[in-house]
Design a protein around this ligand. Structure first.
Ligand code: GLV
Ligand code: GLV
Length: 323
């Protein structure tokens, strides 16, 4: 079979596909293909499978360009808001993602952002590099404590639970959480309290970390009214999807001091930043790299390939997404 990969990825999965006897074509340029370019690339050959990533919008036009012999789009990501699942189901095309292998990396990044914004680490780094460090100071760059402060988790999936685990075990942080599903087992294992109204998490927490998928119901879940519920001393951390936050409202809240700071790995209009965001000192901005460790990106490559191999063998792929 011929397989198309929309972007250069770490090689482990590519090698698996080639060793299984498949021909693999990879977008030769290390950049996102435009919608038109993706369509043209898929029309060039009769691909049986496509390995795509979160920047590829897989809509009916792309699916039609891939043709009826194409059996799977394996997303190189855990999030899959870029896939039109009903259109895929209608054409009998499988959709898969890469859950599990990136849980630790993303949770570590979320905690890194939390510690970094609380202790003002990137801001302090800029200060030091700029030659401003002239003496130790009792009031120099004061941040906020983390240990013992309340962590709000919005979305208690694999990643949200892992962040809560580290925060509770490592920093004695009491946890308040919201999810569509309550987990009493989680509550017993940690000092965690469920809030059936997400507003209560926003009102109570000192740090809020977002771990929901992007869905019609979670778009702008963090809007001006929820930001207004937050303590003035609280911080917002987002490693999920940018559009979960109304970024214009967030910039206003940060400018007005309605909240203390924010640390973001994802953006509403990615890769563009809402005007004003990058001018603020009380933010950390990373370029959607929460899962970007060597080990994790190789593991994602491997499981995306395994999903493809399963479908091409007529098996149910390990990470099939049920639409
Ligand atoms: C990255 O954002 C992912 O969904 O894997
Ligand atoms: C994704 O892996 C999640 O469940 O948080």
């Amino acid at each position: 079979m011929k397989i198309f990969i929309t972007r250069v990825i770490p090689d482990r999965g590519v090698n698996l596909l080639r060793h299984a006897g498949h021909t693999v074509d990879i977008n030769p340029e290390d950049r996102v293909l435009s919608h038109d370019e993706l369509i043209l690339s898929l029309q060039k050959d009769a691909y049986g499978a496509v390995l795509c990533d979160l920047d590829d919008k897989i809509d009916p036009a792309v699916l039609d360009a891939a043709g009826p012999q194409c059996k799977i789009f394996a997303n190189y990501a855990v999030g899959y808001d870029n896939l039109d699942l009903p259109a895929m189901a209608q054409r009998g095309i499988a959709a898969t993602n890469t859950p599990g292998v990136l849980t630790n990396a993303v949770a570590e990044h979320a905690l890194g952002l939390l510690l970094g914004i609380a202790h003002r680490i990137p801001e302090a780094d800029r200060y030091t590099r700029a030659g401003k460090f002239t003496s130790w100071g009792p009031t120099l760059l004061l941040g906020s404590d983390v240990s013992g402060r309340t962590l709000g988790i919005v979305g208690l999936g694999r990643i949200g639970s892992r962040v809560a685990h580290h925060a509770a075990r490592g920093f004695d942080m009491p946890i308040v959480y919201y999810d569509v599903k309550r987990s009493e087992e989680f509550e017993k294992s940690y000092r965690a309290a469920y809030r059936k109204n997400v507003d209560d998490v926003f009102a109570e927490a000192d740090y809020i970390s977002i771990h929901v998928p992007l869905l019609p119901t979670t778009r702008h879940l963090v809007d001006a009214s929820r930001l207004a519920l937050m303590k003035k001393s609280a911080y917002l951390i987002n490693t999920s999807r940018g559009a979960v936050i109304d970024e214009t409202a967030l910039v206003a809240a940060l400018q007005n001091g309605a909240i203390r700071g924010a640390a973001l790995d994802v953006y509403e209009h990615e890769p563009a930043l809402t005007p004003g965001l990058a001018d603020l000192e009380n933010v950390i901005l990373t370029p959607h790299i929460a899962s970007a460790t060597e080990e994790t990106r190789q593991a994602m490559s491997e499981i995306a390939a395994q999903n493809i191999l399963a479908v091409l063998d007529g098996r149910i792929p390990p990470n099939v997404i049920k639409g």
